[in-house]
Ligand binder design. Structure first.
Ligand SMILES: Nc1ncnc2c1ncn2[C@@H]1O[C@H](COP(=O)(O)OP(=O)(O)OP(=O)(O)O)[C@@H](O)[C@H]1O
Ligand SMILES: [Mg+2]
Length: 490
């Protein structure tokens, strides 16, 4: 009853007179000129089932309109309309854009096709970019090497390292070989064997034009030490027979890691520490070793004013491992990575920005108890003197006196563990104020007795009371001269 009332209302609204037949387009009514008549509604429906499109256009009687199932669309796959004017169902229909429509509309189709195509394009672009980048990277690395070999032209074929060094010292340029020459040398060195390992990295023996060189390869986290050492060698004229000769420094990027090289002269005897392990020395040689070390230290410590001058340098990591023995049994001081520079004439103190502070075993009391006056250059020189005294003691232990020598031991071997801590050293050196033991035997030899005196004067608790490098050098030189005289007189 309610349904009939609703239909009546609809017909009234659509101005269809009651009882008048509604004419509709009927697709299948071929006999009736594709026309049907109804008291209900004209219906048009379009659906797609299993990919096939179905179109229905017919009359729906009034009784079938209640309930109006016939006229309902399904937003997933059917569009249906019921209308109430003659032939109103002849209109164009389109399929719904439902979620589950079998087959896609143009937008979906475009999205479905364009999406993967876009992704493939993106992937291709990324691949092409990566390939290009990789090629460029390899090219750059190659270029680095090729450029170095181009530089080769600047070092004429027959020139050896000795020639280059000679040219450099006589040219008066002051500080080392030109950078491109350094780079050429570095990149044409052939590494031979590893000869040592330290806190900063590895040391290798390498070959360049038939000659041996030492290559210190710093680990990348030790960049500051590499930089500092290279900087000191580059900027300060440090050519001295008792300072390790610098040849070149180089930074390259190989196999995606940074390589930091410092190339110096190679000394087959290794360090003083290595040498003392298996060699005992006579008192005279002990004196010669001491004299050569102090000559090197004086050259570091003094400022030389003038065009061929140099700033003053304090080493801060002097020890037997950082002193090398040359073929002529003279020592040379190595490892300037912690050095501080001072120029009195320019009122300039450069402490560098390397927070590492020397080797604990060799630290002076003022470094251990932190009373060192860090903005006062002499403080650093005084710590070098403390360490020099300890090195002298190491040599003295290996000196044959009255036919007796001792085996090698590092300073404070009897009071601190193998790898002493800061606290271990502080307790021994600052609190207990202990010093390395001096056997009476040493005092029975005139040379050793003089050296013992120097040791003691290098170990004063108060830094300012210690001898200066220059004073020690003079004392040792006097001792050496008097020995020579004595020999001549004999
Ligand atoms: N120019 C060189 N010629 C020959 N051997 C060298 C040369 N430089 C270093 N060595 C050897 O390589 C070793 C390692 O040197 P490195 O300076 O890396 O470490 P270290 O001095 O032993 O310890 P630290 O890292 O505490 O200074 C030295 O002890 C020495 O035997
Ligand atoms: Mg060293």
């Amino acid at each position: 009853m309610a349904g009939n009332y609703r239909l009546y209302t609809v017909l009234l609204l659509l101005h269809i007179p009651l009882g008048a037949a509604l004419k509709c387009f009927c697709k299948d009514c071929v006999k009736f000129n594709q026309t049907c008549e109804t008291d209900g509604a004209c219906l048009a429906s379009l659906s797609r089932i299993n990919g096939v499109q179905h179109e229905i256009r017919l009359c729906v009687s009034a009784e079938k309109l209640v309930p109006p199932i016939y006229c309902q669309s399904n937003e997933d796959y059917v569009t249906t309309i019921c209308c109430y004017q003659d032939f109103c169902n002849k209109l164009e229909l389109s399929l719904p854009r439902g979620r589950k429509v079998e087959g896609w509309g143009p937008v979906e189709l475009a999205a479905v096709i364009a999406g993967p195509v876009f992704l493939v394009c993106l992937l291709l672009m990324v691949t092409v970019f990566l390939c290009h980048y990789q090629r460029a990277y390899h090219h750059r690395n190659q270029l680095d090497i090729e450029e170095a070999s181009c530089d080769h032209m600047f070092i004429s074929e027959g020139k050896t390292l000795k020639d280059l060094m000679f040219d450099m010292t006589t040219s008066g340029s002051g500080s080392g070989l030109p950078l491109f020459v350094q780079r050429t040398i570095a990149r044409t060195i052939v590494l031979q064997e590893i000869i040592g390992k330290g806190r900063f990295g590895e040391v290798w023996r390498g070959k360049w034009r038939g000659g041996d060189v030492a290559v210190k390869i710093f680990s990348s986290r030790e960049e500051r030490s590499w930089f500092r050492e290279a900087e000191i060698y580059q900027t300060i004229m440090l050519r001295h027979e008792n300072i390790l000769s610098f040849i070149a420094s180089d930074m390259t990027s190989r196999n995606s890691s940074t390589q930091l090289w410092l190339i110096t002269h190679y000394h087959e005897n290794g360090s003083l520490y290595d040498y003392l392990q298996c060699n005992a020395v006579e008192p005279e040689m002990c004196l010669q070793l001491a004299l050569s070390i102090i000559r090197g230290l004086v050259h570091l410590h003094v400022e030389i004013v003038g065009t061929q001058g140099k700033a003053a340098i304090a080493h801060r990591d002097l020890k037997s491992r950082n002193i090398l023995i040359k073929r002529n049994k003279q020592c040379c001081i190595a490892d300037l990575g912690l050095a501080v520079i001072h120029s009195q004439s320019n009122d300039y103190l450069d402490i560098g920005n390397n927070p590492k502070v020397g080797t604990k075993r060799y630290m002076a009391p003022e470094v251990l108890d932190d009373t060192i006056r860090t903005n006062f250059f002499d403080s650093y020189k005084q710590t070098d003197i403390w360490a020099f005294g300890l090195v002298l003691w190491e040599i003295a232990r290996r000196t044959v006196i009255n036919g007796i020598t001792q085996d090698y031991k590092p300073p404070f071997y009897d009071v601190v563990p193998t790898d002493p801590s800061f606290e271990d050293m502080k307790k021994v050196v600052c609190v207990d104020q202990q010093r390395p033991g001096i056997p009476n035997r040493w005092l029975s030899d005139p040379i050793m007795s003089a050296l013992t005196k120097l040791m003691k004067e290098s170990w004063f608790q108060m830094p300012a009371a210690r001898l200066t490098a220059l004073r020690i050098k003079k004392n040792l030189a006097q001792l050496d001269n008097s020995l020579h005289k004595l020999k001549l007189d004999c």
